[in-house]
Ligand binder design. Structure first.
Ligand code: BES
Ligand code: MN
Ligand code: ZN
Length: 494
């Protein structure tokens, strides 16, 4: 399992006269005129205009076409990859990210080592670079590959987009690599990523980037009275863990704002005694995607060094059926002291999250975002394009919503209100964990009871964290959802 080496991205002034062996020239093409970028000139411009003008390439998003152009003397040819950009008026940062993903994936399958990409002057270079780094992620890490035989795309030179800064390109690299790091964890099978191993990977990452680790083992979890996390984890041979990693800028003060990212860390969700049916159950290896995103975000933040304090908290457990499992009707006493009746053991995410949220507040969190692959219900409502956003504070909700939009990971606000409180009322305990539809809303309401007065946003990423089919910058599988949003949130606060 080799680490994926990073692509080097730079901005170039002009297209070189010839490409080295294994080089490809990418040309962005709109569906409407002027079809090709301003920066393209000479014979190449003429050729691209002819090919697009004759309807051989429409420029639709997600399409590419490889053609060959004569280059210099002696009949040598140059490989030209036409990359669809869609409609001119809709070419925003998100479209640039997608186009870059499609371009690098096509260049790579054409076994190119370098790509010179000629793009329109309006291109958002940071988004373009992000899409390129994200697009190169692959999840075949258990496949036998002959390294010699698979050349990798090493360099991307962006031409025609105008000025960009080294900082922007660096930020794109750091954010996308951290999203890829989170994807890697969420694509990892449950077998090789039980809670303690998840904690070990977090600690390894923290060590690499100078973060402080404050994780707890099962005995500390018990001693602190985190009954939600303990209850969900008790059916497994693998003990639960509470992963906590902290970023502090130099000169940080105790009363500075403390952002807490709380991520659901179910390393595998069988449903427990309320067991799931088998169809696609394997996807539940990614039920810790929220936790991976929270950690991925601090991984990026540690490198980008904003001037604010950030804490990632990941309650991690494996939800298994066994003779020791929590049963429907059992009651857990949470870290916050309130009790929850577990009427459905498959509604386990909220049980571990309430302990994570309460613990983050205990550690001094002044603003919270939790991320969780929490409910099938949110997939019914929003599909895989937008996450569900729930909040107890309008201004904080607006900030997270806007960050998610800028990051190209859009969300949609859903209600949290006591109108739905019947869904979480228990006869015997303070709350229950399931009460029928609408479940995403009920789950959010339960979480809100543990966020209290602290500004809190809950992102239900059940639909966005896993893709059933490849997208322009991700293969089928874990998407890394949330990492870009959280980094954008913290860095835009600067
Ligand atoms: N991890 C699942 C939610 C989920 C479902 C994520 C599909 C991604 C894809 C969660 O723990 C769960 O099982 N939710 C149940 C709750 C229900 C039984 C109360 C659900 O939504 O079906
Ligand atoms: Mn479940
Ligand atoms: Zn789950």
């Amino acid at each position: 399992m080799s680490e994926q080496k990073s692509l080097s991205v730079e901005v170039g002034a002009a297209l070189p006269a010839a490409d080295g062996a294994g080089g490809v020239v990418g040309v962005g093409v709109f569906t409407d005129g002027p079809r090709v970028p301003e920066a393209l000139d000479g014979d190449l411009r003429e050729l691209c205009e002819r090919v697009t003008g004759e309807g051989e390439f429409e420029g639709e998003e997600g399409t590419t076409l490889l053609i060959h152009a004569p280059a210099g003397e002696g009949g040598t040819l140059r490989r030209v990859l036409l990359v669809g950009l869609g409609a001119r008026a809709e070419f925003d940062a998100a479209a640039a990210r997608r186009a870059a993903g499609a371009a690098v994936r096509a260049a790579k399958s054409g076994r190119a080592g370098t790509l010179h990409f000629v793009v329109p002057s309006s291109t958002d270079v940071r988004a373009l670079a992000e899409g390129a780094h994200l697009g190169l992620y692959e999840n075949g890490f258990y496949q036998k590959k002959d390294e010699e035989d698979s050349p990798r795309l090493e360099r991307l030179t962006v031409i025609g987009a105008g000025e960009s800064s080294v900082e922007k390109l660096e930020r794109a690299r750091v954010v996308a690599e951290s999203a890829n790091w989170a994807r890697r964890l969420a694509d990892e099978p449950g077998l090789s990523l039980p809670p303690r191993e998840f904690a070990r990977r977090a600690a390894e990452m923290a060590e690499e980037f100078g973060l402080k680790v404050e994780s707890l083992g099962v005995e500390e979890i018990r001693a602190k009275g985190m009954g939600g996390l303990l209850g969900v984890g008790q059916g497994s041979e693998e003990p639960p863990a509470l992963i906590a990693v902290r970023y502090e800028p130099s000169g940080a003060k105790e009363d500075d704002e403390l952002y807490a990212f709380v991520g659901k860390g179910i390393t595998f969700d069988t449903g427990g005694i309320s067991i799931k049916h088998g169809l696609d159950m394997y996807e539940m290896k990614s039920d810790m995607a929220g936790g991976a995103a929270a950690l991925g975000a601090v991984r990026a933040i540690a490198q980008l060094k904003p001037n604010c304090r950030v804490l990632a908290v990941v309650p991690a457990a494996e939800n298994m059926p066994s003779g020791k499992s929590i049963k429907p009707g059992d009651i857990v006493r949470t870290f916050a002291g309130r009790t929850i009746e577990c009427v459905d053991t498959d509604a386990e995410g909220r049980l571990v999250l309430v302990d994570g949220i309460a613990y983050a507040r205990h550690l001094g969190a002044t603003r919270i975002v939790d991320l969780a692959t929490l409910t099938g219900s949110i997939i019914v409502a929003l599909g895989s394009h937008r996450a569900g956003l729930f909040s107890n504070e309008d201004e904080w909700a607006r900030q997270v919503l806007e960050a998610s939009e800028r990051a190209g990971e859009p969300a949609w606000r859903m209600p949290v209100s006591d109108d739905y409180k019947k869904r979480i009322e228990s006869m015997i305990a303070d709350y229950k964990n399931y009460g029928g539809r609408p479940d995403a809303t009920a789950a959010a309401l339960l979480l809100s009871k543990f966020a209290g007065e602290t500004p809190w946003v809950h992102l239900d990423i059940a639909g966005t964290a896993w893709h059933d089919a490849p997208t322009p910058y991700a293969p089928k599988g874990a998407s890394g959802a949330g990492v870009r949003t959280l980094v954008e949130l913290v860095l835009s606060e600067e």
